[in-house]
Ligand binder design. Sequence first.
Ligand code: BGC
Length: 756
Amino acid sequence: MDAALSLEQKAALVAGGGFWSTVGVPEAGIPSVVLTDGPHGVRRQTGGDDHLGIGESAPATCFPPAAGIASSWNPDLVERVGRALGEEARAQGVGVLLGPGVNIKRSPLCGRNFEYFSEDPLVSGVLGAAWVRGIQSTGVGASLKHFAVNNQETNRMTVSAEVDERTLREIYLPAFERVVVQEQPWTVMCSYNRINGVAAAENHWLLTELLRDEWGFEGLVVSDWGAVDARVPALAAGLDLEMPGPQADSVQAIVAAVKAGELDEAVLDTAVERVLALAARASGDRAGPDHGADDADLDELDHRIPAAHHVLAREAATESIVLLRNEGAILPLETAQAIAVIGEFARTPRFQGAGSSQVNPTRVDTALDAVSSIAPVEFAPGYSFDRHVDAAPLIAEAVAVARLSDTVLLFVGLPSGDESEGYDRTHLSLPAAQLALIEAVSAANPRTVVVLTNGAVVSLEPWHDSVPAIVEGWLLGQAGGSAVAEVLFGIVEPSGRLAESIPYRLQDTPSYLNFPGENDVVRYGEGVFVGYRYYESVDLPVRYPFGHGLSYTVFALFDLEVSRDGSRASVTVTNTGERPGAHVVQLYVSPAPSEVARPRRELRAFEKVWLEPGASTRVEFELDARAYAHWDTRTSGWVVPGGEYLVEVGHSAHDIALTAPVRRHPPAPGKLTLESRVAEFLAHPVTGPLFARAADGAGADGGINLLDMVASMPMRRLMRFPGVGDAFKRIGPLIAVANNPVVRGVAGWWQRRKRR
Ligand code: BGC
């Protein structure tokens, strides 16, 4: 710690110096760091400050938001996008880019789902890690957000997410954990909400015990903008930097608390050290104390970056598109036909979500221009974004155009006001005028291809069956229009797969009864059964399952092999069709029966492979113990119950092609006490057989299974019963023998041997 810094200076350093920057102390050689949104483009504000995407910002490449790029299931691509983001951030003098967001999509209604990757923690974690790797490889820091359990926008600053620990550990934390452990993001951004009653910003367990002590985080914790309510408790909990700044009240409160002996100055010193470390890192080899962009950087930004990054944005967008349905192989389109393009979105694309992540794009491709450059088209807007415009004449015009064409490309989706940071949706439907348009156009021309624009899942009902092809176009960034055209004409093969399930009805979604909560409390009543984990467990059909996506070719899986201990698996994937293409091989684990309610299957590994027609490749997976484990609340750790698991590989969470059993040995027997349940005595290799015999002696009759009846009783209670208890009482002294380490070791070995 720089001894030259006064208490006041230190207290000032742990809040922002401005809306987007930390405090610089030039006389002490401490540069200020610029932090800027994020995640899918650089939003470097040029005029007034705001954090809701309202004010002007400098032009930057708008890559596909997370909801889009997650469908690529391609960490290499995401890493390249991350690197491009880092390059642009650096050229604009930005030290930290505020992203990625790895929160789980608990409900399709969350207004900010477009900024998050998936309903699955593995997909979120792997892609989030790739994003951070890419950004940080350029010497710019990432900010992993929003830590944690920020899964809705309704009352986001005050709501308490009530989540049990197992659900936290298995669903809401693993993506953060993976990114922290693998990539050490320079910063982690704490969320606005409370978790089990305690604000994330003041949550010592979250910000210190879990993040630092358990996961080994070495960077800086920054608040979400305006997340700090009380600065002193937040500092004590582990929140290093309050944003935005300056915050005179916070400085005063910290100084007063230190002087009054209520806050250990060492806590402040630690936070200051982290701010200084960030400043040193961010200044790196940059020019100038405020690391403003130098001329060479700006020159590069002006010339090389926009063109190359637009091409990368287009590549990313093509991989983000998911071909949901393609009856009669109506796609890819042939150019020698009359094509109608219908829908305002084709002319006026919506390619990113509203709020803090909004980027000012360097250019924008429209699908109408892109399709027209490949084949001649007739266009009709079909609807207007102005809700006061009469829909009927627009629909009539569209129907007339549809009738005269061979194939219709019908662009529909959610208008920008329908989903945004700051509020949630209340339904999954497309606007009524668009539903009427789909009905009329598909009746006029059965060869209608629907292309969707949406940041979060929309209902495909009631029109799904009336069109032969549906293309899920998400929000695709500034090059989305040309990407869609390339996929529609087969210039690029569709290779996206859903990173979230598409349900039939909102009522089917697992959080339906518990979203978004009431009186500032939201109960995560569905527990670990989020997304496909729920649909698969209760056998509830969905319109399209997690992991689904078609190609213009076909893939088959063969020869699944799994090592005896389940730590390695391999499978052959073959392109059996006539076009090249890419497939995402998905590996799930289905649990052994256990007393803990577990999802029917959980994604544990995936890999995207490109194959020429007729070509095959062998995909290898490594599976660690966590692939089989669940969080055990009794021991506060991961356990793998013994029994037979299934390793499953398939094309989606619902379309499993091959399975192989894996037998996992039970963990070494735990120590027995008089508080242990009878069931634990029965499962123990030393006491189990003796107990079974004693129970026989106690005389089970009348069809009653005595052992089942008493299995859940703690031993001490059982021993208090006269009669039946006496038989068990004599076995009490065995506990000492059973707990002897040598006996436990031998017993464990014997147990494993027996099960082989
Ligand atoms: C958002 C963050 C964002 C910050 C700065 C907040 O409202 O939740 O994601 O990084 O503003 O704009």
